[in-house]
Design a protein around this ligand. Structure first.
Ligand code: C2E
Ligand code: CA
Ligand code: CA
Ligand code: CA
Length: 277
């Protein structure tokens, strides 16, 4: 099957522009990488900024090639989305993340939830709901052990389809977060219609908190989330001052290098054993 795909992906190379060609090449490399098990998950803790208590962990995908290079997800996820491969890849991610959560629960070291990034392309897939239910069932997780992180690009989907998919998830207890909040320019009235639990303030706003006068926009974004009645989690917290500033503006959850970097499973388990807030 591997060779067939390679043929398919590269078939039209001659007529393609340079960009399409490099995308096709990356896609065929990605397919091989999946078969060779070069992909794995790392996990980044999410904490309550007021108590320092652990609230969740976010699963993030990594691709380390045979020769030890890391291909950033920002580079290969769009290729996987464009080709539809993200549906199968995203299923693998969800299964693996749920399996890790199961292990943490069994070890008595689990946070409240594991957060998994879900592409808008996956949400459109007719099998999506069943896939999530299968992942929960096969790892014996409750719905409220899982959070799905979606981005504002979901605004491109038909509203009814999106609302019914998210509502079905929430009926199972699964929570929904809007990732990279504030960067997508989707209308607020649109977001207000969606059944959401949390917004994640994008790193670009959080970073501004360490600059003079940088707090105004970040504060507006936090307040927006609060006014929508949602929990607010800040990503990309890199120092204690930013932590403090976020707390002062009523943002109660966060993640970032200051708290912990994304870690492989082994390092995560050690971190969880030694973390005492
Ligand atoms: P994201 O979901 O917004 O993830 C946050 C990114 O910020 C991660 O980059 C994380 O490693 C990085 N980060 C965390 N704390 C800090 C910090 O304090 N400072 C800085 N500078 N960076 C921090 P990463 O892992 O490279 O992922 C990039 C993006 O790729 C993610 O952005 C997400 O959109 C996408 N992605 C990653 N894994 C998956 C996945 O399994 N499925 C899907 N659909 N997308 C994924
Ligand atoms: Ca995310
Ligand atoms: Ca984000
Ligand atoms: Ca991001």
């Amino acid at each position: 099957a591997k060779r067939d795909h390679r043929g398919q992906d590269l078939q039209y190379s001659e007529q393609m522009g340079a960009e399409a060609r490099s995308r096709a090449l990356l896609l065929s490399e990605l397919r091989e990488a999946i078969e060779n098990r070069e992909l794995f998950l790392v996990y980044q803790p999410q904490i309550n900024l007021a108590t320092n208590g652990l609230v969740g962990i976010e699963a993030l995908l990594r691709w380390r090639t045979e020769d030890g290079r890391f291909v950033p997800p920002d580079k290969f996820i769009p290729v996987a989305e464009h080709s539809g491969l993200i549906v199968a890849l995203g299923q693998w991610v969800l299964m693996a993340a749920c399996a890790t959560m199961r292990e943490l629960l069994d070890a008595g070291a689990a946070p409240q939830r594991i957060a998994v990034n879900v592409s808008t392309v996956q949400l459109q897939d007719p099998g999506f709901l069943e896939m999530v239910c299968d992942a929960l069932a096969s790892s014996g997780l409750r719905g409220d052990h899982l959070e799905l992180e979606i981005t504002e690009s979901v605004a491109a989907l038909p509203t009814e389809l999106l609302k019914s998919t998210l509502s079905a998830m929430r009926a199972k207890g699964v929570s929904i977060a809007i990732d990279d909040f504030g960067t997508g320019y989707s209308s607020l009235s649109y977001l207000e219609q969606l059944p959401l639990d949390r917004i994640k303030i994008d790193r670009s706003f959080v970073r501004q908190l360490s600059e003079p006068d940088g707090a105004r926009i970040a504060e507006m974004v936090v307040q927006l989330g609060r006014k929508l009645g949602l929990s607010v989690l800040a990503e990309g917290i890199e120092d204690a001052a930013v932590c403090k500033a976020l707390l002062a503006m009523d943002c109660h959850e966060g993640q970032g290098y200051h708290i912990a970097r994304p870690m492989d499973k082994k390092a995560l388990v050690t971190w969880l054993q030694t973390y005492c807030p």
